[in-house]
Design a protein. Structure first.
Lengths: 323, 502
């Protein structure tokens, strides 16, 4: 994937980078809005431009970015997940109960990752192999996983080692670096046949199957990766708070959908880009922060947030109807 | 040069869907270095045969042979490995991926597990050059017009270096230039020894390109012979020609015809620039190959899809109805082709289905009049000979009886214009006959009946006039005196005039 050019016969055929550039199509408006909100935030809170201010902001954004990716991944395959919030909670309680025990931080992280991958893959298997609607299976999954989180840690507690909290949620932009790493890994995945097959499986499953794309495998892999991203977000949230809370992830389910929709991910599968979803999550985080600094009450924040999301989805549709 | 063994062949293949035989004992052999034409009317079984040859469907009986090795069924991966490539009518492309990513889909060159974009660009470029695609390889397919997407689909098939190439109506969305490029390409592939199966309704293309022809009719092979020495008229005769038997009622001209709907310069969906008069007291047939805009014509007149016309007069009103309720108020009724999805509410009772248009007319929040409803249902069921308890679910009925319910539900409103979309598709012979008799009775009673049909014989024997559509335009209006299956099929495939072929 590294090559931009081909030199056979002395001619060059650029492909990879032009393809990447074309993926920005239709996102220009979103990037401008994100930039405007970022400027507004910087004006309201000049501390954003200090290292610790930037670190704190990216820490509040990071888990939302992860769950937005987790949701966008499934929406690209034509699915959706209502279990993201519960999976975040599960990740948080597993981290808080294992890391201070004999398993340590490394062992605990492995358990968190396996739980996410395992739950995601199981959901994917049920949705794909039994051909059941994702919305129903993941709704049931959210009860199961949410219940499991409460069984592991009935009330907030547990602990995450202080050094880990300082590393992830201290005054350094570790979260931002991690986000860049996750985005890079996604680019690498999308450059594999299985990763790119995700788009084909979501947009035109029959055509993809006829073309020899392992449609089922691509979709199940998407569910597994989505689970991993969700429990990863849970681990980060536990590190932020220093302990585990079995219902801390609840709000992430709907926020992940909101961020993906703001980022231009379509509900029909195969439409949208991960960079859009990440930008959507950034916009949502900025919106929440800006409204906080403007002194909106939490209730008014919710109303404004809803109006903005409806507007973001309705605008392109109105433009299409006009044509 | 064609003494070689067939690359791909079907031997005595048969297939049924839900007890309906679609293919009966069909054999076909694709030889290297030959372009083989597959002809047949709508519903003759062409698509089913392709799906069996490419492994997408298993055959009920018979076998498929690859290089002389027989198998009861082959899977799509086996077919791909054997070098069989299919260009389907429905495209297998992904809108958000680039041209190159679509062409290589399912068979990417790899390096260290990653897609090797360098090699992909190289290989995609060479097949794009073959089909004359000069857009940048990174262009998302979703931004291309339909004809160019079709060329991407063909390039995708060539990317796999096929030994047997099956093309299902590849030129239906191509421009003249693109068609010429494709023809030249197929000639070249033939010279390279590729076995090609070519399906097209454009007979002049077939005559120019193919060496051998197989004709399917009603799921059976009616001809399998070299094309040399056959003319277009001969092919048309091979595609039709069956006994109408005594399936159809005797045709009688109804008295007193007057225009009830007339449109000029009408366009809706695929239908373009149509001038048409619909008269009371007659059955007007709408014919042509599937998907030439016939359905859009009916839906546009009915107000179910946006339509425009330079002048229109619908039962006295000076404009097209803008919605189905307005069309109903003007005395129009529409019976859709897909009765399971559009015509009926399958899980509701027969009685509910029959009363639905009546419910739509009641002012909201009035009380239902149960005894009057029961009487209406009883009357309709008796008049249309609908079998079964009206309290049962509509899905319990046979296809024929479902169709009768879909038609009967409009009768309480005594519509003046009946727009029928293929009312006899998938209906048994007995019910077909009942429906034909009813249509003639409606016409005799002074109603206007519009019969869109994919079944050519019924157009010939039931209609007073038949309008034939091709590529969205009304290309022929045949009066009862000039009606024949040959005339309709000839107009539908564009072989009706000598000057057509050039």
């Amino acid at each position: 994937m590294s090559a931009t050019t081909d030199t056979e016969g002395g001619r060059t055929i650029p492909l990879y980078w032009p393809v990447q550039a074309n993926r920005n199509a239709g996102l220009g408006g979103l990037f401008v809005v994100v930039l405007l909100f970022a400027i507004a935030y910087g004006v309201l809170f000049p501390g954003l431009f200090t290292l610790s201010g930037f670190s704190k902001f990216t820490q509040s954004w990071f888990p939302l970015a992860l769950v937005a990716m987790a949701q966008a991944l499934l929406m690209l395959t034509g699915g959706i997940s209502l279990a993201i919030g519960a999976t975040v909670s599960l990740g948080a309680v597993i981290a808080a109960t294992t890391m201070s025990g004999p398993l340590g931080v490394a062992g605990g992280s492995v358990v968190v990752a396996l739980a996410g991958l395992g739950f995601g893959a199981a959901t994917g298997l049920i949705v794909v192999k039994l051909r059941l609607p994702a919305i129903v299976v993941t709704l049931a999954g959210s009860f199961i996983v949410g219940g499991a989180a409460l069984l592991i840690l009935p009330r907030p507690g547990g602990a995450v080692p202080g050094w880990l909290s300082d590393l992830l949620a201290g005054n350094t932009p570790t979260a931002f670096v991690l986000l860049l790493a996750v985005a890079l890994l996604w680019k690498l995945y999308l450059a594999t046949p299985l990763g790119l097959g995700l788009y084909a499986a979501g947009d035109n499953p029959v055509g993809a199957y006829r073309s020899g794309v392992p449609v089922d495998a691509a979709r199940i892999a998407a569910y597994a990766i989505s689970g991993l991203l969700s429990t990863g977000a849970g681990l980060f949230v536990a590190a932020q708070t220093g302990s585990g809370d079995p219902v801390i992830g609840t709000a992430f389910t709907l926020n992940s959908i909101a961020a993906a929709v703001l980022g231009g991910i379509g509900f029909l599968g195969g439409q949208g880009t991960m960079r859009g979803a990440i930008a959507g999550s950034l916009l949502l985080s900025l919106m929440i922060s800006v409204m906080f600094f403007l002194g909106f009450t939490p209730v008014a924040q919710y109303v404004a947030q809803g109006l903005i999301i409806i507007g973001a989805v309705a605008l392109p549709q109105l433009r299409r109807l006009k044509r | 040069m064609t003494d070689a063994a067939p690359v791909l062949a079907a031997r005595g293949v048969s297939k049924s869907f839900f007890g309906n035989p679609v293919l009966r004992d069909v054999s076909i052999a694709l030889l290297p270095g030959r372009v083989h034409a597959l002809l047949g009317e709508n519903g003759a079984g062409k698509s089913t045969l392709i799906n069996i040859l490419s492994g997408a469907l298993p055959a009920d009986g018979g076998s498929v042979e690859i290089d002389g090795r027989a198998a009861a069924r082959i899977t799509p991966p086996e077919a791909r490995q054997a070098g069989i490539a299919v260009v389907q009518q429905e495209l297998s492309l992904t809108a958000s991926l680039s041209i190159a990513e679509n062409i290589g889909l399912g068979d990417y060159p790899r390096r260290f597990g990653m897609i090797d974009y360098r090699a992909l660009a190289d290989r995609a470029k060479s097949v794009c050059a073959l089909v004359g695609l000069d857009e940048a390889l990174s262009t998302p397919v979703g931004t291309l017009p339909l004809g160019r997407r079709q060329m991407v689909e063909i390039a995708k098939a060539l990317y796999r270096k096929p030994r047997a190439l099956i093309l299902d109506e590849p030129t239906s969305s191509l421009s003249a230039t693109e068609t010429a490029i494709l023809t030249a390409l197929l000639v070249r592939l033939r010279a390279e020894g590729v076995a090609i199966l070519y399906i097209s309704h454009r007979l002049n293309e077939v005559m120019a390109l193919c060496q051998h022809v197989t004709v399917l009719k009603d799921g059976g092979v009616t001809a399998d012979r070299p094309l040399a020495g056959t003319d277009a008229d001969g092919l048309v005769r091979l595609m039709v020609g069956r006994d109408p038997g005594d399936l159809f009622p005797r045709w009688q001209r109804s008295p007193s015809a007057s225009d009830v709907v007339s449109v000029n310069g009408f366009s809706a969906g695929l239908a373009r620039d149509i001038d048409l008069d619909i008269r009371t007291g007659e059955v007007l047939g709408i014919g042509g190959l599937v998907g030439q805009g016939q359905e859009d014509l009916l839906l546009g007149i009915y107000g179910a899809i946006p339509a425009k016309a330079t002048t229109a007069s619908v039962n006295g009103a000076p404009a097209l109805p803008s919605s189905p309720p307005k069309a109903n108020a003007l005395g129009l009724a529409y019976v859709p082709a897909d009765r399971k999805r559009e015509g009926l509410h399958l899980i509701h009772s027969i009685a509910t289905n029959l009363l639905l248009p009546a419910f739509a007319r009641l002012p909201a929040l009035t009380l239902r009049h149960r005894s009057a409803e029961r009487e209406t249902v009883r009357e309709l069921a008796a008049r249309f000979a609908i079998k079964g308890d009206p309290a049962r679910q509509a899905q319990a009925l046979s296809g024929g009886n479902q169709q009768k319910v879909a038609l009967a539900k409009w009768m309480p409103h005594d519509p003046l214009v009946l727009l029928l979309n293929d009312p006899t598709r998938g209906v048994d012979v007995e019910t077909k006959r009942e429906i034909y008799i009813m249509l003639r009775q409606f016409a005799a009673a002074g109603k206007a009946v519009v019969l869109l049909s994919s079944d050519t014989p019924e157009l010939v024997h039931v209609c007073d006039r038949v309008a034939v559509m091709r590529e969205g335009r009304l290309v022929a209006m045949l009066d009862h005196g000039e009606l024949s299956e040959e005339a309709i099929v000839a107009a539908a495939v564009g072989a009706e005039r000598r000057r057509q072929a050039a």
